[in-house]
Design a protein around this ligand. Structure first.
Ligand code: NDP
Length: 299
C-alpha cells in the first residue's frame, strides 16, 4: 500500500489560522499589530518569490510587514547600518534577512552572511539564527525555534507521529535545517514541542560512511541535503516515516531530496514536494513574529 501523504499545506493553514486568531487577541488587548521587517538584497528571482509569499502570509494573519529592497551593490557597512536601524525601531518586532546574500559585484567587499545574521537583535531574530537563540535551543530552553525544523516537529505532532524512543536519521547538517532539527528531536523535556522530543538521533552528512545502511535503521528519516532525489527507495526501512525538506528545481519541476515514487512504495508516511515541509516554514515564521511582539511588549 502506498504511504500516507503528510499534507504540510493543510497543517500550515491550520497553524496560520491559529496564529491569526492569537494576533487578533493580542491586538484586542491593546497592542499594535506585530510587524515583520524583511530585507532583500539583490534580485534573485527565487528570493523575490519567497519574500512575496511571506508578505502575503503576514497580511492574512493580521501581521504587518515591510520590505527593504537593497541593490546587489549594497556594502557590508550599509547593510549592517540598515539592520541596526531596524533593531532600534520599536515598531518592528521581527527582522529577517532573506538568504542567500548576493555575490559581490566587481571589487566590492563581500557580504558576510554570518556577520549579517549576528547583527540582528536576538529579541527580533524570528529566523532563530543568532548565536544566542541557537545557544538557548541547545540548552533546551529555546526562545525562538528555527522555522523549518519547528514546522517539521509540529507536523509530526499533529499527524500523531511519536518521536520518543524512535531512531531519527537526519541527513544534512546545515545551520538552518539539519543541525537544529537533530538538536530539537534529541531534547529531553519536550521543550521544543509536546511529545516531540526524546528521539535517538543520528546526524548524517557528506562524510558519513555507509549512509544507506544508516538510513535503513531509521524509524523517521529526514532528508535536508539539497540533492535532487538522492534518497532512493532501497535506503528506506519498510514502514518508516519520511520527511523531505529538499526543494530542488530540475527543469521545470520541483523535486525533493527523496525519490518520491520509490519512497512512497516503502514508507508508511511521506511528505510530498511541493506541499510538504515548505508551507510549514512560513507558518512558523508568523508564529515567531507574534512571539517576538509578545516578548517585546512584556519587556
Ligand atoms: P546545505 O547545502 O546548507 O546543507 C546540505 C547538507 O547536506 C550538508 O550538511 C551536506 O554535508 C549534506 N550533504 C550534501 N551531499 C550529501 C551526500 N551526498 N550525502 C550526505 N549528505 C550530504 O542545505 P540546506 O540545509 O540549506 O537545505 C537542504 C535542502 O532543503 C535544499 O534543497 C533546500 O532548498 C531545502 N530547504 C527547504 C526549506 C523548506 O522550507 N522546505 C528551508 C530550507 C532549505 P556537509 O556538511 O558535509 O557538506
Amino acid at each position: 500500500m502506498p504511504a500516507t501523504r503528510l499534507d504540510g499545506k493543510k497543517i500550515a493553514l491550520e497553524i496560520r489560522a491559529e496564529v491569526a486568531q492569537a494576533v487578533e487577541q493580542f491586538v484586542a488587548a491593546g497592542n499594535a499589530a506585530p510587524k515583520l521587517a524583511a530585507i532583500l538584497v539583490g534580485d534573485d528571482p527565487a528570493s523575490q518569490v519567497y519574500v512575496r509569499n511571506k508578505e502575503r502570509a503576514c497580511e492574512k494573519a493580521g501581521i504587518s510587514s515591510q520590505l527593504d529592497r537593497l541593490p546587489a551593490s549594497t556594502t557590508p557597512a550599509e547593510l549592517l547600518q540598515r539592520i541596526d536601524e531596524l533593531n532600534g525601531d520599536p515598531s518592528v518586532n521581527g527582522i529577517l534577512v532573506q538568504l542567500p546574500l548576493p555575490q559581490p559585484i566587481g571589487d566590492a567587499p563581500p557580504l558576510d552572511e554570518r556577520a549579517v545574521l549576528d547583527a540582528v537583535d536576538p529579541l527580533k531574530d524570528v529566523d532563530a539564527f543568532s548565536p544566542i537563540n541557537v545557544g538557548l535551543l541547545m540548552q533546551g530552553r529555546p526562545r525562538f525555534l528555527p522555522c523549518t525544523p519547528h514546522g517539521i516537529v509540529q507536523m509530526l505532532h499533529r499527524c500523531n507521529i511519536q518521536t520518543s524512543g524512535q531512531h531519527v536519521v537526519v541527513v544534512g547538517r546545515s545551520e538552518i535545517v539539519g543541525k537544529p532539527m537533530a538538536m530539537m528531536l534529541a531534547q529531553k523535556d519536550g521543550s521544543c514541542g509536546p511529545e516531540t522530543a526524546n528521539a535517538t538521533v543520528t546526524l548524517a552528512h557528506s562524510r558519513t560512511k555507509n549512509l544507506k545502511e544508516i538510513c535503513l535503521t531509521a524509524d523517521i528519516l529526514i532528508a535536508a541535503v539539497g540533492r535532487p532525489e538522492m534518497i532512493r527507495g532501497e535506503m528506506i526501512r519498510p514502514g518508516a516515516v519520511v520527511v523531505d525538506v529538499g526543494i530542488n528545481r530540475v527543469g521545470d519541476r520541483l523535486v525533493g531530496d527523496v525519490h518520491f515514487d520509490e519512497a512512497e512504495q516503502v514508507a508508511s508516511a511521506i511528505t510530498p514536494v511541493p506541499g510538504g515541509v515548505g508551507p510549514l516554514t512560513i507558518a512558523m515564521l508568523l508564529h515567531n513574529t507574534l512571539l517576538a511582539a509578545k516578548l517585546q511588549s512584556a519587556k
